[in-house]
Design a protein around this ligand. Structure first.
Ligand code: SF4
Length: 298
């Protein structure tokens, strides 16, 4: 057997109690599931095997993933399948708008797979989706969680021009581990995307997974850096390895450490911080709707 694989298996860790969740159930959960299936949509909640799916869907909170269910990248933490995706589905923006108007949400998050096969990385499809949502759900605040568009600022601008309330792009990890975790991405490029969007006046947000081998002082350094480039919202959650083929968990960060990091980040001046073992970038994102709504009035 491949020695790397042996090390991975040997180092797989049992999840502590604070990461145990119930199997999803409940009427609202199944209602949301039915709606998503009926409209042939993808959600990151399902594709990324998110542990919060039961809780979130029962609160009618979900994260739709546009541009298909196959990603052109192969990040070593992510459970979304890698491959050659189909061309963008021109009817998808309408269906996304339809589902969101039927759910009657106050706030939602839309994300996408990376589409390095498209000349604009999917920016035009993004803009169309945002416009469709705006038309059908004018009062709902919208967060877009986008990829790095290979650093092309014109594609970032195309998304911003469609008017999302929150522009999110995840750094995922600290600079030292970035290449190992996100093989086709880089920390400087992601940082540049966030800086660019912030400089354009967008309300920006980023997220880090902890437990990949970073030190807490590296996390603090990243928080200071992103604060300095204008990011206002940050999420910090525990990395969970989706399978034996993915990067193993280096350690489980305790709830007390997450609380300390939250206090630290708030002390640095972020407008909103979600930090905890089960936090994902879209977890409790509706709690940020007020920040988004305030930004609309500026
Ligand atoms: S945390 Fe985000 S991805 Fe996970 S179930 Fe909730 S909305 Fe979906």
């Amino acid at each position: 057997m491949d020695p790397d694989r042996l090390v991975q298996i040997a180092t797989r860790k049992r999840r502590p109690d604070w990461l145990k969740v119930r199997l999803p159930s409940g009427d609202t959960y199944f209602e949301v599931k039915r709606l998503v299936e009926e409209q042939s949509l993808h959600t990151v909640c399902q594709s990324a095997s998110c542990p919060n799916i039961g809780e979130c869907w029962n609160r009618r909170s979900l994260t739709i993933m546009i541009l298909g269910g196959i990603c052109t990248r192969s990040c070593r933490f992510c459970d979304v399948p890698t491959g050659r995706p189909l061309p963008p589905d021109a009817d998808e923006p309408r269906r996304v708008g339809e589902v969101l108007s039927r759910l009657g949400l106050l706030h939602t998050v839309i994300t996408c797979v990376d589409r390095d096969d498209l000349p604009d990385g999917g920016a035009a499809h993004w803009a169309e989706t945002i416009r469709e949502i705006r038309t059908r759900c004018p009062d709902m605040t919208l967060e877009v969680l986008v990829g790095d568009f290979k650093g092309r600022t014109e594609d970032v601008d195309a998304v911003l021009a469609a008017g999302p309330d929150i522009f999110a792009h995840n750094l995922e990890t600290v600079p030292r581990l970035s290449r190992q975790v996100r093989v086709q991405a880089s920390y400087p490029r992601s940082y540049a995307v966030l800086s660019h969007a912030s400089a354009r006046g967008a309300t920006t947000k980023t997220g880090l997974m902890l437990g990949l081998g970073e030190t807490l002082s590296e996390v603090e350094e990243v928080l200071r850096e992103v604060r300095d480039c204008g990011v206002r919202i940050v999420t910090l959650g525990q990395y969970l390895s989706p399978s034996r083929e993915h990067l193993p968990v280096a350690r489980f960060v305790s709830p007390a450490e997450f609380s300390e990091l939250r206090a630290l980040a708030l002390g640095l001046g972020f407008a909103h911080v979600e930090a905890g073992p089960l936090v994902r970038s879209s977890y409790h994102a509706d709690g940020q709707a007020e920040i988004a709504r305030a930004a609309r009035k500026v």
